[in-house]
Design a protein around this ligand. Sequence first.
Ligand SMILES: NC(=O)c1ccc[n+]([C@@H]2O[C@H](COP(=O)([O-])OP(=O)(O)OC[C@H]3O[C@@H](n4cnc5c(N)ncnc54)[C@H](O)[C@@H]3O)[C@@H](O)[C@H]2O)c1
Ligand SMILES: O=c1ccn([C@@H]2O[C@H](COP(=O)(O)OP(=O)(O)O[C@H]3O[C@H](CO)[C@H](O)[C@H](O)[C@H]3O)[C@@H](O)[C@H]2O)c(=O)[nH]1
Length: 319
Amino acid sequence: MRVLVTGGAGYIGSVVTAALLEGGHEVTVLDDLSTGHEDAVPAGARFVQASLHDSAPVLADVRPEAVLHFAAKSLVAQSQVEPEVYWHSNVGGSLALLEAMRAVDCRRIVFSSTAATYGEPDQVPIPEDAPTRPTNTYGASKLAVDTMLTSYAVAHSFAAVSLRYFNVGGAAYGVGERHATETHLIPIALQVAAGTREALTVFGTDYPTPDGTCIRDYVHVKDLAAAHLLALPAPAPGEHRIYNLGSGTGFSVQEMVDAVRSVTGHPLPVVVGDRRPGDPARLVASSARIQDELGWAPQHTDLREIVSDAWAFAQARSA
Ligand SMILES: NC(=O)c1ccc[n+]([C@@H]2O[C@H](COP(=O)([O-])OP(=O)(O)OC[C@H]3O[C@@H](n4cnc5c(N)ncnc54)[C@H](O)[C@@H]3O)[C@@H](O)[C@H]2O)c1
Ligand SMILES: O=c1ccn([C@@H]2O[C@H](COP(=O)(O)OP(=O)(O)O[C@H]3O[C@H](CO)[C@H](O)[C@H](O)[C@H]3O)[C@@H](O)[C@H]2O)c(=O)[nH]1
Protein backbone atom coordinates (compact mmCIF):
# COMPACT_ATOMS: atom_id res chain seq x y z
CA MET A 1 0.00 0.00 0.00
CA ARG A 2 1.05 3.63 -0.53
CA VAL A 3 0.87 5.12 2.95
CA LEU A 4 1.45 8.46 4.66
CA VAL A 5 2.88 8.31 8.18
CA THR A 6 2.41 11.48 10.24
CA GLY A 7 4.90 11.78 13.09
CA GLY A 8 7.23 9.29 11.42
CA ALA A 9 10.31 11.15 12.73
CA GLY A 10 9.21 10.42 16.29
CA TYR A 11 9.79 7.38 18.48
CA ILE A 12 6.88 5.10 17.66
CA GLY A 13 6.22 6.46 14.16
CA SER A 14 9.79 5.79 13.03
CA VAL A 15 9.68 2.19 14.28
CA VAL A 16 6.34 1.57 12.55
CA THR A 17 7.69 3.20 9.36
CA ALA A 18 10.57 0.69 9.37
CA ALA A 19 8.09 -2.18 9.85
CA LEU A 20 5.91 -0.88 7.00
CA LEU A 21 8.91 -0.67 4.67
CA GLU A 22 9.90 -4.21 5.66
CA GLY A 23 6.32 -5.26 4.82
CA GLY A 24 6.72 -3.86 1.28
CA HIS A 25 4.67 -0.68 1.74
CA GLU A 26 5.61 2.61 0.06
CA VAL A 27 5.97 5.22 2.82
CA THR A 28 6.01 9.02 2.95
CA VAL A 29 6.64 10.58 6.37
CA LEU A 30 5.09 13.95 7.24
CA ASP A 31 6.55 15.52 10.40
CA ASP A 32 7.19 19.07 11.60
CA LEU A 33 10.21 17.93 13.67
CA SER A 34 8.81 19.67 16.76
CA THR A 35 9.79 16.66 18.91
CA GLY A 36 11.12 14.28 16.24
CA HIS A 37 14.44 13.91 14.42
CA GLU A 38 14.94 13.75 10.68
CA ASP A 39 17.69 11.15 11.11
CA ALA A 40 15.17 8.84 12.79
CA VAL A 41 13.19 8.51 9.54
CA PRO A 42 14.16 5.10 8.18
CA ALA A 43 16.05 4.97 4.90
CA GLY A 44 13.63 4.03 2.14
CA ALA A 45 10.89 6.39 3.30
CA ARG A 46 10.37 9.78 1.67
CA PHE A 47 10.41 12.66 4.19
CA VAL A 48 8.40 15.87 4.01
CA GLN A 49 8.80 18.46 6.76
CA ALA A 50 5.34 19.92 7.29
CA SER A 51 2.75 20.48 9.96
CA LEU A 52 -0.54 18.60 10.11
CA HIS A 53 -2.18 21.95 9.48
CA ASP A 54 -0.40 22.13 6.11
CA SER A 55 -0.95 18.50 5.13
CA ALA A 56 -3.35 19.13 2.22
CA PRO A 57 -0.70 19.74 -0.50
CA VAL A 58 1.30 16.75 0.76
CA LEU A 59 -1.70 14.44 0.47
CA ALA A 60 -2.54 15.89 -2.94
CA ASP A 61 0.99 15.05 -4.06
CA VAL A 62 1.38 11.62 -2.43
CA ARG A 63 -2.21 10.36 -2.98
CA PRO A 64 -1.91 7.78 -0.20
CA GLU A 65 -4.26 4.83 0.13
CA ALA A 66 -4.02 5.03 3.91
CA VAL A 67 -2.66 7.22 6.70
CA LEU A 68 -1.02 6.16 9.95
CA HIS A 69 -1.41 9.13 12.26
CA PHE A 70 1.18 9.38 15.08
CA ALA A 71 1.88 13.15 15.02
CA ALA A 72 0.87 14.73 18.31
CA LYS A 73 2.03 16.58 21.37
CA SER A 74 2.10 14.10 24.24
CA LEU A 75 3.43 15.67 27.43
CA VAL A 76 0.74 15.28 30.09
CA ALA A 77 2.10 18.02 32.39
CA GLN A 78 2.47 20.51 29.54
CA SER A 79 -1.11 19.79 28.47
CA GLN A 80 -2.32 21.03 31.86
CA VAL A 81 -0.60 24.41 31.61
CA GLU A 82 -0.71 25.00 27.84
CA PRO A 83 -4.00 23.33 26.82
CA GLU A 84 -4.22 25.50 23.69
CA VAL A 85 -1.17 23.69 22.25
CA TYR A 86 -3.02 20.34 22.60
CA TRP A 87 -6.34 21.52 21.17
CA HIS A 88 -4.53 23.23 18.28
CA SER A 89 -2.02 20.50 17.43
CA ASN A 90 -3.80 17.29 18.36
CA VAL A 91 -7.41 18.20 17.60
CA GLY A 92 -7.06 21.05 15.06
CA GLY A 93 -4.18 19.24 13.35
CA SER A 94 -6.13 15.97 13.14
CA LEU A 95 -9.17 17.75 11.72
CA ALA A 96 -6.99 19.38 9.04
CA LEU A 97 -5.54 15.95 8.23
CA LEU A 98 -8.95 14.26 7.94
CA GLU A 99 -10.17 17.05 5.63
CA ALA A 100 -7.00 16.72 3.53
CA MET A 101 -7.68 12.98 3.31
CA ARG A 102 -11.29 13.52 2.25
CA ALA A 103 -10.15 15.94 -0.46
CA VAL A 104 -8.11 13.16 -2.12
CA ASP A 105 -10.61 10.39 -1.32
CA CYS A 106 -8.23 8.65 1.11
CA ARG A 107 -10.48 7.22 3.83
CA ARG A 108 -8.37 4.64 5.69
CA ILE A 109 -6.61 5.68 8.90
CA VAL A 110 -4.91 4.16 11.94
CA PHE A 111 -4.67 6.61 14.84
CA SER A 112 -2.42 6.64 17.94
CA SER A 113 -4.82 6.94 20.85
CA THR A 114 -3.87 6.35 24.46
CA ALA A 115 -4.71 4.80 27.81
CA ALA A 116 -5.01 8.41 29.00
CA THR A 117 -8.50 8.49 27.40
CA TYR A 118 -9.76 6.30 30.28
CA GLY A 119 -8.43 8.32 33.22
CA GLU A 120 -8.72 6.69 36.65
CA PRO A 121 -10.18 3.23 35.94
CA ASP A 122 -13.02 1.54 37.87
CA GLN A 123 -11.74 -1.88 36.87
CA VAL A 124 -8.36 -3.33 35.89
CA PRO A 125 -7.58 -4.79 33.33
CA ILE A 126 -9.28 -1.99 31.39
CA PRO A 127 -11.52 -3.07 28.48
CA GLU A 128 -12.35 -0.75 25.55
CA ASP A 129 -15.92 -0.22 26.78
CA ALA A 130 -14.71 1.20 30.11
CA PRO A 131 -15.84 4.79 30.79
CA THR A 132 -13.64 7.46 29.19
CA ARG A 133 -12.96 10.16 31.77
CA PRO A 134 -9.57 11.68 30.91
CA THR A 135 -7.89 13.49 33.82
CA ASN A 136 -5.72 15.75 31.63
CA THR A 137 -6.00 17.77 28.42
CA TYR A 138 -3.66 15.41 26.56
CA GLY A 139 -6.08 12.49 27.15
CA ALA A 140 -9.09 14.71 26.38
CA SER A 141 -7.54 15.80 23.07
CA LYS A 142 -6.94 12.18 22.05
CA LEU A 143 -10.49 11.22 23.04
CA ALA A 144 -11.78 14.11 20.90
CA VAL A 145 -9.95 12.65 17.88
CA ASP A 146 -11.37 9.19 18.63
CA THR A 147 -14.84 10.77 18.58
CA MET A 148 -14.00 12.62 15.36
CA LEU A 149 -13.04 9.31 13.74
CA THR A 150 -16.35 7.70 14.72
CA SER A 151 -18.27 10.52 13.04
CA TYR A 152 -16.05 10.48 9.94
CA ALA A 153 -16.61 6.73 9.66
CA VAL A 154 -20.40 7.12 9.91
CA ALA A 155 -20.81 10.27 7.79
CA HIS A 156 -17.91 9.96 5.33
CA SER A 157 -17.31 6.19 5.11
CA PHE A 158 -13.86 6.32 6.70
CA ALA A 159 -12.32 2.98 7.68
CA ALA A 160 -10.66 3.87 10.97
CA VAL A 161 -8.82 2.24 13.85
CA SER A 162 -7.83 3.89 17.13
CA LEU A 163 -5.07 2.02 18.91
CA ARG A 164 -4.98 2.91 22.59
CA TYR A 165 -1.39 2.33 23.65
CA PHE A 166 -0.50 1.79 27.28
CA ASN A 167 3.19 2.32 28.23
CA VAL A 168 5.39 1.84 25.19
CA GLY A 169 9.01 0.81 25.65
CA GLY A 170 11.96 -0.84 23.90
CA ALA A 171 13.56 -0.04 20.56
CA ALA A 172 13.64 -1.71 17.14
CA TYR A 173 15.20 -1.29 13.69
CA GLY A 174 17.89 0.93 15.26
CA VAL A 175 15.35 3.52 16.42
CA GLY A 176 14.17 4.23 19.93
CA GLU A 177 12.96 6.87 22.33
CA ARG A 178 14.86 10.18 22.48
CA HIS A 179 13.08 13.35 23.44
CA ALA A 180 14.62 16.71 24.36
CA THR A 181 12.08 16.84 27.21
CA GLU A 182 11.99 13.31 28.61
CA THR A 183 9.27 12.34 31.09
CA HIS A 184 8.98 8.59 30.61
CA LEU A 185 10.28 6.18 33.22
CA ILE A 186 12.45 3.86 31.08
CA PRO A 187 14.52 6.52 29.20
CA ILE A 188 14.96 8.52 32.41
CA ALA A 189 16.19 5.45 34.32
CA LEU A 190 18.56 4.66 31.44
CA GLN A 191 19.95 8.21 31.51
CA VAL A 192 20.92 7.54 35.13
CA ALA A 193 22.54 4.26 34.11
CA ALA A 194 24.41 6.07 31.32
CA GLY A 195 25.69 8.69 33.77
CA THR A 196 23.90 11.68 32.23
CA ARG A 197 21.47 12.06 35.14
CA GLU A 198 22.30 11.66 38.83
CA ALA A 199 19.32 9.75 40.22
CA LEU A 200 15.85 8.54 39.40
CA THR A 201 13.04 10.12 41.40
CA VAL A 202 10.32 7.57 42.15
CA PHE A 203 7.02 9.44 42.19
CA GLY A 204 5.37 8.03 45.31
CA THR A 205 5.86 4.88 47.35
CA ASP A 206 2.54 5.08 49.23
CA TYR A 207 0.18 3.79 46.55
CA PRO A 208 -2.19 0.90 47.38
CA THR A 209 -0.02 -1.60 45.46
CA PRO A 210 2.13 -4.47 46.83
CA ASP A 211 5.35 -2.40 46.96
CA GLY A 212 3.69 1.03 47.16
CA THR A 213 4.79 2.21 43.68
CA CYS A 214 2.56 2.67 40.61
CA ILE A 215 1.82 -0.24 38.32
CA ARG A 216 1.84 0.13 34.54
CA ASP A 217 1.44 -2.13 31.51
CA TYR A 218 4.61 -1.96 29.38
CA VAL A 219 4.28 -2.97 25.73
CA HIS A 220 7.27 -3.44 23.43
CA VAL A 221 7.34 -1.08 20.45
CA LYS A 222 7.97 -4.16 18.23
CA ASP A 223 4.62 -5.62 19.31
CA LEU A 224 3.01 -2.24 18.73
CA ALA A 225 4.41 -2.16 15.18
CA ALA A 226 2.95 -5.61 14.48
CA ALA A 227 -0.45 -4.40 15.70
CA HIS A 228 -0.36 -1.48 13.24
CA LEU A 229 0.27 -3.81 10.31
CA LEU A 230 -2.70 -5.96 11.37
CA ALA A 231 -4.96 -2.95 11.99
CA LEU A 232 -4.24 -1.20 8.67
CA PRO A 233 -6.42 -3.40 6.42
CA ALA A 234 -8.92 -4.47 9.11
CA PRO A 235 -11.85 -2.03 9.15
CA ALA A 236 -14.46 -1.84 6.40
CA PRO A 237 -15.60 1.59 5.14
CA GLY A 238 -17.98 3.06 7.72
CA GLU A 239 -16.28 1.23 10.60
CA HIS A 240 -14.28 2.78 13.47
CA ARG A 241 -12.62 0.15 15.64
CA ILE A 242 -10.98 0.86 18.99
CA TYR A 243 -8.34 -1.50 20.39
CA ASN A 244 -6.25 -1.36 23.55
CA LEU A 245 -2.60 -2.31 23.20
CA GLY A 246 -0.83 -3.57 26.28
CA SER A 247 0.79 -6.77 27.38
CA GLY A 248 -1.91 -7.42 30.00
CA THR A 249 0.63 -7.61 32.82
CA GLY A 250 1.35 -4.86 35.30
CA PHE A 251 4.83 -4.04 36.60
CA SER A 252 5.56 -1.59 39.40
CA VAL A 253 8.04 1.28 39.22
CA GLN A 254 10.14 -0.66 41.75
CA GLU A 255 10.11 -3.74 39.47
CA MET A 256 11.24 -1.50 36.61
CA VAL A 257 14.07 -0.12 38.76
CA ASP A 258 15.14 -3.71 39.54
CA ALA A 259 15.02 -4.63 35.81
CA VAL A 260 17.14 -1.59 34.86
CA ARG A 261 19.69 -2.43 37.58
CA SER A 262 19.89 -6.01 36.39
CA VAL A 263 20.17 -5.18 32.64
CA THR A 264 22.67 -2.31 32.98
CA GLY A 265 24.65 -3.50 36.00
CA HIS A 266 24.35 0.06 37.35
CA PRO A 267 23.31 0.59 41.00
CA LEU A 268 20.75 3.19 39.82
CA PRO A 269 20.41 5.55 42.77
CA VAL A 270 16.80 6.33 43.60
CA VAL A 271 15.24 9.28 45.41
CA VAL A 272 11.72 8.90 46.76
CA GLY A 273 9.64 11.88 45.66
CA ASP A 274 6.03 12.99 45.97
CA ARG A 275 3.27 11.48 43.90
CA ARG A 276 3.01 13.00 40.41
CA PRO A 277 -0.42 14.69 40.17
CA GLY A 278 -2.91 12.68 38.12
CA ASP A 279 -0.99 9.37 38.18
CA PRO A 280 -3.44 6.46 38.67
CA ALA A 281 -2.13 3.70 40.99
CA ARG A 282 -2.64 0.91 38.48
CA LEU A 283 -3.17 0.87 34.70
CA VAL A 284 -3.27 -2.48 32.96
CA ALA A 285 -4.86 -3.13 29.56
CA SER A 286 -7.23 -5.81 28.54
CA SER A 287 -6.11 -6.41 24.96
CA ALA A 288 -8.59 -9.26 24.51
CA ARG A 289 -10.46 -7.47 21.72
CA ILE A 290 -7.48 -7.11 19.32
CA GLN A 291 -6.33 -10.61 20.24
CA ASP A 292 -9.76 -12.06 19.39
CA GLU A 293 -10.53 -9.96 16.31
CA LEU A 294 -7.09 -9.60 14.67
CA GLY A 295 -5.08 -12.40 16.25
CA TRP A 296 -2.53 -9.97 17.74
CA ALA A 297 -0.50 -11.45 20.57
CA PRO A 298 2.37 -9.60 22.22
CA GLN A 299 5.61 -11.55 21.81
CA HIS A 300 8.03 -9.39 23.82
CA THR A 301 6.45 -9.12 27.25
CA ASP A 302 9.55 -9.70 29.39
CA LEU A 303 10.43 -6.45 31.16
CA ARG A 304 14.13 -7.27 30.82
CA GLU A 305 13.82 -7.55 27.04
CA ILE A 306 12.03 -4.18 26.81
CA VAL A 307 14.70 -2.55 28.97
CA SER A 308 17.66 -4.23 27.28
CA ASP A 309 16.49 -3.22 23.79
CA ALA A 310 16.08 0.40 24.97
CA TRP A 311 19.52 0.19 26.66
CA ALA A 312 21.18 -1.14 23.49
CA PHE A 313 19.68 1.77 21.54
CA ALA A 314 20.81 4.34 24.14
CA GLN A 315 24.33 2.89 24.18
CA ALA A 316 24.59 2.80 20.39
CA ARG A 317 23.65 6.50 20.26
CA SER A 318 26.24 7.50 22.84
CA ALA A 319 29.01 5.40 21.25
N1 LIG B 1 5.12 6.85 23.98
C1 LIG B 1 4.05 6.34 24.58
O1 LIG B 1 4.17 5.59 25.57
C2 LIG B 1 2.66 6.65 24.05
C3 LIG B 1 1.55 6.14 24.76
C4 LIG B 1 0.27 6.39 24.27
C5 LIG B 1 0.08 7.10 23.09
N2 LIG B 1 1.17 7.60 22.43
C6 LIG B 1 0.93 8.37 21.18
O2 LIG B 1 1.73 7.80 20.15
C7 LIG B 1 2.13 8.82 19.22
C8 LIG B 1 3.64 8.80 19.04
O3 LIG B 1 4.25 9.01 20.31
P1 LIG B 1 5.83 9.12 20.46
O4 LIG B 1 6.17 8.69 21.83
O5 LIG B 1 6.47 8.45 19.29
O6 LIG B 1 6.01 10.71 20.37
P2 LIG B 1 7.12 11.56 19.60
O7 LIG B 1 7.03 12.93 20.19
O8 LIG B 1 8.43 10.88 19.60
O9 LIG B 1 6.56 11.60 18.10
C9 LIG B 1 5.59 12.49 17.66
C10 LIG B 1 6.05 13.06 16.31
O10 LIG B 1 5.02 13.92 15.79
C11 LIG B 1 5.62 15.12 15.30
N3 LIG B 1 4.60 16.17 15.43
C12 LIG B 1 4.03 16.65 16.56
N4 LIG B 1 3.10 17.57 16.27
C13 LIG B 1 3.07 17.66 14.91
C14 LIG B 1 2.29 18.43 14.00
N5 LIG B 1 1.34 19.30 14.42
N6 LIG B 1 2.52 18.29 12.67
C15 LIG B 1 3.45 17.41 12.22
N7 LIG B 1 4.22 16.65 13.05
C16 LIG B 1 4.02 16.78 14.37
C17 LIG B 1 6.84 15.34 16.17
O11 LIG B 1 7.84 16.13 15.58
C18 LIG B 1 7.31 13.90 16.41
O12 LIG B 1 8.25 13.47 15.44
C19 LIG B 1 1.60 10.14 19.78
O13 LIG B 1 0.38 10.43 19.11
C20 LIG B 1 1.35 9.83 21.25
O14 LIG B 1 0.33 10.64 21.79
C21 LIG B 1 2.44 7.41 22.88
O1 LIG C 1 10.95 9.98 36.61
C1 LIG C 1 9.96 9.24 36.71
C2 LIG C 1 9.08 9.00 35.63
C3 LIG C 1 7.99 8.18 35.84
N1 LIG C 1 7.76 7.62 37.05
C4 LIG C 1 6.60 6.73 37.25
O2 LIG C 1 6.69 5.70 36.31
C5 LIG C 1 5.39 5.31 35.85
C6 LIG C 1 5.34 5.44 34.34
O3 LIG C 1 5.43 6.83 34.00
P1 LIG C 1 5.64 7.32 32.50
O4 LIG C 1 5.73 8.81 32.55
O5 LIG C 1 6.74 6.56 31.86
O6 LIG C 1 4.30 6.88 31.77
P2 LIG C 1 2.78 7.22 32.15
O7 LIG C 1 2.20 6.00 32.76
O8 LIG C 1 2.62 8.49 32.87
O9 LIG C 1 2.26 7.59 30.71
C7 LIG C 1 1.86 6.67 29.74
O10 LIG C 1 0.50 6.52 29.83
C8 LIG C 1 -0.23 7.73 29.69
C9 LIG C 1 -1.64 7.33 29.85
O11 LIG C 1 -1.93 7.19 31.21
C10 LIG C 1 0.06 8.37 28.32
O12 LIG C 1 -0.52 7.64 27.27
C11 LIG C 1 1.54 8.50 28.11
O13 LIG C 1 1.79 8.92 26.79
C12 LIG C 1 2.21 7.17 28.35
O14 LIG C 1 3.60 7.25 28.24
C13 LIG C 1 4.41 6.27 36.56
O15 LIG C 1 3.89 5.60 37.67
C14 LIG C 1 5.28 7.43 37.01
O16 LIG C 1 4.81 8.02 38.21
C15 LIG C 1 8.62 7.83 38.13
O17 LIG C 1 8.42 7.33 39.22
N2 LIG C 1 9.70 8.65 37.91
